[in-house]
Design a protein around this ligand. Structure first.
Ligand code: FRU
Length: 433
């Protein structure tokens, strides 16, 4: 049995990306994820599966969903889970290539593929019959949906089920489509929203209400073209949304969900206490020692405070770091640790080669020394201005540093390779699990 503590990682020899089907169900958190079990690179998508009772200890389980049908023979793409009639209903995007790359059957030739939306059910969240319990629910081409329609997120409103799907308006503008259903099987078109400011294709859309305010999350493709950062980025905005008619209005200006710009494809649901929380994929530009690629960020709550969206670390993570380390000599740098410090303008901190400082009212970081990687992934990052308040809560674990600023006002997380054990600079306290 593989157990991950704190951060969920791709199992040895494999690849993971987006979280899927995140749900608290019968006393356990189920986290599924995009998974290629055979090599640490993206390929024909399966849904990997892990469960946890506390969002800290993750037990990996056998692959849950995998291709068995003509319509999903080239991949079980991202989707969600809902509980219906005591069962789990998983909605996902089914992928079928119109032509495969003869040198790599895990890729479509010339980007020629077809997608549809499919449903898989499970009686208990542990047993999956990929032959008997699947059906296609939204075929390709209906409701004006093209091959880029993907990543269904489903919720209940009054007596009906609603779905938001990502996609594009002809490759020019990000677009989402809303559908609804009485039984979760027959779906009808409800509404559509497009906005070129949110990228050319919108992946993994999510919309929900927190304390009376709507929040929209999405991952926009081709948002950045500076050649430095990943071109596609996950963003968040307060939304004006009318459930029922699914009329949506989004502001022109968005925020990043994480200012490290590695985070992508977030998914939310309610935790055991009914709070909205989020987990997302942390992109890695190369496999760790050629062995595994991809991990999840720490679970974060999603809150609105005075009109701004906050992502504080989930309380179960904060609580897990219960042992105060009396001095740095006694810190076990091979295990995860948490540093707390309120910084001053101009002050610097160096965590094993990862540089953190405050300048011009922003938190700034530089990972050049712990990111010996060619290709995508920027080395420097910064938050928006912080109005003179610099309370940092820093979680350090193998391959990753997550910095929560001012209780989640902004978060800046980075993948790192070969982090050292030396800590230089003033800190207020260090904690371990
Ligand atoms: C986002 C994404 C989704 C898709 C999945 C495929 O990272 O591209 O849109 O369903 O990954 O693995």
């Amino acid at each position: 049995m593989i157990q991950d503590i704190l951060h969920l990682r791709a199992p040895e020899g494999s690849w993971i990306n987006d979280p899927n089907g995140l749900i608290y169900y019968k006393g356990k958190y189920h986290l599924f994820f995009q998974h290629f079990p055979y090599a640490p690179e993206w390929g024909t998508m399966h849904w990997g599966h892990a469960v946890s009772t506390d969002l800290i200890h993750w037990e990996h389980l056998p692959v849950a969903l995998f291709p068995t049908k003509e319509y999903d023979k080239n991949g079980v793409f991202s989707g969600c889970a809902v509980e219906k009639d005591e069962q789990l209903y998983f909605y996902y995007t089914a992928v079928k290539y119109l032509e495969t790359d003869p040198e790599n059957i895990h890729r479509a030739a010339g980007d020629r593929y077809e997608t549809s939306q499919a449903l898989m059910t499970s009686k208990d969240g542990f047993h999956f019959d990929n032959w008997k319990d699947k059906r296609q629910v939204i075929t390709c081409g209906v409701f004006g949906l093209d091959a880029n329609a993907r990543d269904p997120k489903v919720w209940r409103y009054h007596d009906e089920w609603y779905m938001i799907l990502g996609g594009t308006d002809g490759g020019r503008a990000a677009q989402v489509t809303f559908c609804k259903s009485r039984d979760g099987i027959q779906w009808e078109y409800v509404n559509r929203y497009r906005n070129a400011r949110y990228g050319r294709i919108l992946e993994c859309p999510d919309i929900f209400c927190v304390d009376g305010d709507y929040i929209f999350l999405g991952s926009g493709m081709y948002l950045m073209d500076d050649g430095e950062n990943y071109a596609s980025q996950a963003l968040c905005v307060p939304a004006v949304f009318e459930e029922g008619s699914c009329s949506l209005q989004l502001p022109e200006q968005y925020h990043y969900i994480d200012y490290g710009l590695d985070l992508y494809a977030p998914q939310t649901n309610l935790d055991a206490q009914g709070r909205r929380f989020m987990i997302a994929w942390m992109r890695m530009p190369e496999a760790v020692e050629d062995r595994w690629n991809g991990m999840m960020c720490l679970p974060r709550l999603v809150e609105i405070r005075e009109g701004q969206i906050f992502f504080p670390v989930h309380p179960s993570v904060a609580d897990a770091f219960s042992k105060k380390v009396p001095d740095l000599e006694q810190l076990d740098g091979d295990m995860p640790y948490r540093i707390r410090v309120t910084m001053k303008n101009g002050e610097r901190l160096n965590i094993g080669g990862y540089q953190i400082w405050i300048w011009d009212d922003c938190l700034r970081t530089d990972r050049s020394h712990v990111f010996p990687v060619k290709g995508e992934g920027c080395r420097r990052a910064s938050t928006p201005p912080l109005c003179g308040k610099y309370e940092l809560d820093i979680f350090v674990d193998r391959q990753i540093i997550e910095i929560y600023v001012n209780g989640g006002q902004y978060v800046l997380s980075h993948i790192v390779y070969g982090l050292g054990q030396n800590i230089q600079g003033r800190i207020e306290s260090v904690w371990q699990m």
